[in-house]
Write a protein that binds this ligand. Structure first.
Ligand SMILES: Cc1cc2nc3c(=O)[nH]c(=O)nc-3n(C[C@H](O)[C@H](O)[C@H](O)COP(=O)(O)OP(=O)(O)OC[C@H]3O[C@@H](n4cnc5c(N)ncnc54)[C@H](O)[C@@H]3O)c2cc1C
Ligand code: SF4
Ligand code: SF4
Length: 438
């Protein structure tokens, strides 16, 4: 299938004649397991399962009619990825080819020392969530936290107070179906904020085109800059390293309690195990990042109101760094929120920063932004479906690469796609381990 054909199948400007089935989305490596398809289909029509590879994936439990599939293709962040509408930016906003719309770039942190310590970097997202709640701007925050019952798993969390926000602080690198019951959340009819991965926010922005309740009730969408979600198998490897079983765990923290903080595991019989961030991620071949992440056109949260990232000023997380985040304020709504949070004492600013510095701190994101256009071309030439991407300047980013670099990216993706390495096996539940994610 050509790129144009694939896009024609998935486009939403004109209804696609032949939408991708759920299994085509998954097996093409486009699914990230957000759960939104489950929440917009008929009750019990789609189940989220944990696959043997350690990914949360949707499985249709009954035949999905064409209109449901069209709806899924229109909202799924694997089939449709759109950049932010320019109308959300102020006149003073900057538009950078790689980094997208920027109202303000700041290095900062939570002002509260506990939030700053417990949070993943400097606790900015947690502090913003707490501020949104305490100021009455929202009733609750939808985000992600460790499961109480299986603490290595991550679940969507609704936080109504500061303590619950703090409990959800910290990066959860494994799978997380943030939007698995998003329809129920809209049914509450209450103002809320979403803190999540950029692809989760893409999904919800897609849904906003079909369901006016999204813009009515979702007052803010905050993202972290995202290098990719790993399979649960990555976390299971850590357990194997220590000879542990998942059912022994009372805690599995990837990081936080410092910047970056330790990966810490606790068991019911009082034992504790720790790895440094570098030990956890030292071998890139074992990162086990999900296929969709390798072609992610917006891992930097262009569609969020504010996107937050790591800011390791000492050149990387080799050692513990001061509590700090980079903050990319994306639009007018984000700017108003950021200024109010600083004014109220929820956040403190270390200093302003700029595109050159964040490009250095996040050089892997710059490389990916420049590579994705050629990767998608390579996949399309191999006959694989690719997402419909709009308003994300992918081709302009690719122009910052040399022709040789683009050819290498495109050919590499074409070959990997032909060998099935960018796709996935059909989604089936793990034996004895099927989990419904809500
Ligand atoms: C999978 C993943 C990849 C990342 N890759 C990068 C990267 O390449 N570059 C970079 O600078 N930073 C990356 N981060 C983000 C970084 O780890 C920090 O989370 C970010 O800088 C925000 O820090 P903070 O102190 O404000 O976060 P905190 O105050 O600790 O708040 C983090 C918030 O994110 C939510 N959250 C955590 N995990 C998930 C998840 N899987 N899905 C949805 N919501 C979640 C939590 O519920 C919490 O509300 C990644 C995080 C994750 C989870
Ligand atoms: S990415 Fe989300 S909406 Fe798309 S198929 Fe996967 S779970 Fe469903
Ligand atoms: S890299 Fe992209 S697709 Fe992967 S988890 Fe992050 S935002 Fe989602």
């Amino acid at each position: 299938m050509s790129l144009i054909e694939a896009n024609r199948r998935q486009g939403t400007e004109a209804p696609p004649a032949d939408p991708l089935s759920l299994s085509e989305i998954v097996e093409s490596g486009l699914c990230i397991g957000c759960g939104l398809c489950r929440s917009i289909a008929a009750p019990d029509a789609i189940e989220m399962v944990m696959t043997p590879e350690g990914r949360e994936r949707p499985v249709a439990r009954q035949a999905l009619d064409r209109s449901t599939l069209r709806r899924i293709n229109a909202v799924c962040p694997g089939t449709r990825i759109a950049g932010p509408p320019p109308a959300q930016s102020s006149e003073a906003a900057m538009m950078d080819t790689v980094w997208g719309p920027v109202e303000r770039l700041v290095l900062g942190r939570a002002k509260n020392p506990t939030v700053r310590f417990v949070g993943s970097g400097g606790g900015v997202l947690t502090a913003l969530g707490q501020f949104l709640l305490s100021s009455g701007r929202v009733k609750f925050v939808l985000h992600v936290a460790a499961s109480h019952f299986r603490p290595m798993r991550s679940e969507r969390r609704l936080s109504f107070d500061a303590a619950s926000m703090l409990e959800g602080a910290g990066s959860r690198y494994g799978p997380a179906a943030t939007l698995v019951d998003f329809g129920d959340i809209l049914d509450r009819g209450e103002p809320f904020a979403l803190i999540a991965k950029p692809c989760d926010i893409t999904a919800v922005r897609n849904l906003a085109r079909l369901d006016p309740r999204v813009d009515r009730y979702m007052r803010y969408a905050l993202a972290f800059v995202c290098g990719g979600a790993s399979d649960l198998s990555k976390s299971e490897q850590v357990l194997q390293r220590f000879g542990l079983n998942e059912d022994e765990l009372t805690m599995f923290r990837y990081r936080g309690h410092g910047n970056p903080g330790l990966n810490r595991i606790e068991t019911g019989d009082g034992r504790a195990f720790e790895l440094t961030y570098r030990q956890l991620w030292e071998d890139e071949d074992k990162w086990m990042i999900q296929p969709r992440c390798k072609i992610c056109p917006d891992a930097i949260g262009q569609v969020a109101d504010i996107a937050v990232h790591d800011a390791w000023l000492n050149g990387g997380p080799a050692a513990e760094d001061e509590a700090l985040n980079g903050v990319i304020v994306r639009n007018r709504r984000g700017l108003e929120l950021f200024d109010a949070a600083v004014e109220a004492g929820a956040l403190e600013i270390k200093r302003e920063t700029g595109i050159a510095e964040i490009s250095e701190l996040q050089s892997h994101q710059v490389r990916k932004r420049r590579a994705v256009w050629a990767r998608l071309k390579g996949m399309a030439i191999a006959g694989k479906p690719v997402p419909l991407v709009s308003d994300l300047a992918l081709e302009d980013c690719a122009r910052q690469n040399s022709l040789a670099e683009n050819l290498a990216e495109g050919r590499g993706a074409r070959e990997r796609a032909r060998r099935g390495r960018l796709g996935e096996p059909p989604a089936v539940p793990r034996e004895d381990k099927a989990v419904q994610s809500c």
